[in-house]
Design a protein around this ligand. Structure first.
Ligand code: HEC
Ligand code: HEC
Length: 287
């Protein structure tokens, strides 16, 4: 009898260890998919050369400069290097940094990292993203300290605990979730003079982006004639995946087309279903 229960016990341990391994595998797979498609942290965190060109072989070791009147911010090194990256941070530290914008030393991560949107990342997905980050090669790269000419808020909101995964079979709801964790509306919503997003104009576009490419202006994603009303699902999917418009002309940066080309069909359908439910807005250039 004793032997039998020991056998049962070892089978139990074997099975739970197996499940933990399987979970880890799903998590890294999910993390890789999210990071290399809709979440696209790399659009900001990929290492940059002196002219701002992406250095993909240096991974997520940071350095991209955002030079705007309110700040001169440098994207951080988020590889597991213990000295210049996040190697010494715990999983809880990383989750807090990503969803609340608070570092282990309690300082706040400043813009343009879209923390308000990352607050919506589910517990499972933040864990998957962290697993992916830890699996990257550590790369030494000291990034200059950012300088903010504006006061940062004391926090981006109350602590984030237990964010449930939305039902994936509810297309619109899941599409909204993807749009949040991909921070689409951060770029596609106009801002007021203080730089705050005009939530009542969600998705209306009109936000200008200046850079080495000159200027690009985010488009209207709402179902208005000046937006995506007359676009087919296939045309929208093609624009997002290939970075070209209906006539085949390439879009300018900074949208993360290099990553969005990997968005799978069901996630793309969910994103489009969600955009079709936005309140129709007329496009107007942000002043
Ligand atoms: C729009 C650009 C942008 C995106 C997208 C972005 N970040 Fe950041 N991130 C930044 C900038 C800029 C900083 C530095 C801000 C500062 O110096 O206060 C930063 C800082 C960080 C830090 C703090 C590191 C440190 O050593 O202080 C972490 C961790 C981080 N980002 C992780 C992520 C992850 C994970 C994602 C995707 C889920 C992401 N970021 C997406 C721009 C971005
Ligand atoms: C970093 C800012 C940024 C983010 C994030 C972003 N976009 Fe864009 N997007 C732009 C800009 C700017 C343009 C227009 C580029 C141009 O005109 O050259 C654009 C163009 C588009 C277009 C083409 C529409 C048209 O009328 O031509 C679609 C569709 C689109 N974005 C959807 C999305 C979706 C969905 C997401 C999230 C998964 C997203 N965008 C995330 C900045 C962004």
């Amino acid at each position: 009898m004793k032997k039998f229960s020991r056998l049962l016990l070892s089978i139990f341990f074997f099975c739970t260890a197996g499940t933990a391994l399987a979970q880890k595998a799903t998590s890294i797979e999910r993390g890789k998919y999210l990071m290399e498609s809709v979440v696209a942290c790399g659009n900001c965190h990929v290492a940059r050369g002196p002219q701002g060109q992406p250095l993909f072989d240096k991974g997520l070791s940071g350095g991209m400069l955002f030079d705007e009147p309110p700040f001169k911010a440098y994207a951080a090194n988020i590889t597991p290097d213990p000295e210049t990256g996040i190697g010494k941070w715990s999983d809880a530290d990383l989750a807090k940094a990503i969803r609340e914008g608070i570092r282990p030393d309690k300082t706040l991560i400043g813009p343009p990292m879209p923390i308000e949107f990352y607050r919506h990342i589910s517990d499972e997905d933040v864990a998957a993203i962290i697993t992916y980050l830890r699996a990257q090669p550590p790369i030494k790269n000291s990034v200059p300290k950012s300088k903010y000419n504006i006061p940062l808020p004391p926090a981006y909101g109350p602590p984030v605990t237990n964010v449930a995964m939305p039902a994936m079979d509810n297309r619109v709801q899941y599409g909204e979730y993807l749009a949040n964790i991909g921070h689409c509306m951060e770029c596609h919503t106009p801002r007021n003079q203080q730089g705050m997003l005009l939530r009542e104009k969600l998705g209306a576009g009109g936000q200008p982006f200046n850079g080495p490419w000159g200027q690009s202006v985010s488009r209207n994603l709402t179902p208005d004639a000046s937006g995506l009303k007359n676009w087919s699902d296939a045309q929208i999917a093609k624009a997002i995946r290939t970075g070209t418009d209906r006539e085949g002309h390439p879009y300018k940066p900074p949208m993360a087309f290099d990553f969005y080309k990997n968005i799978n069909d069901s996630d793309m359908a969910a994103l489009i279903a969600y955009m079709r439910t936005l309140k129709p807005q007329t496009f107007a250039m942000q002043k």
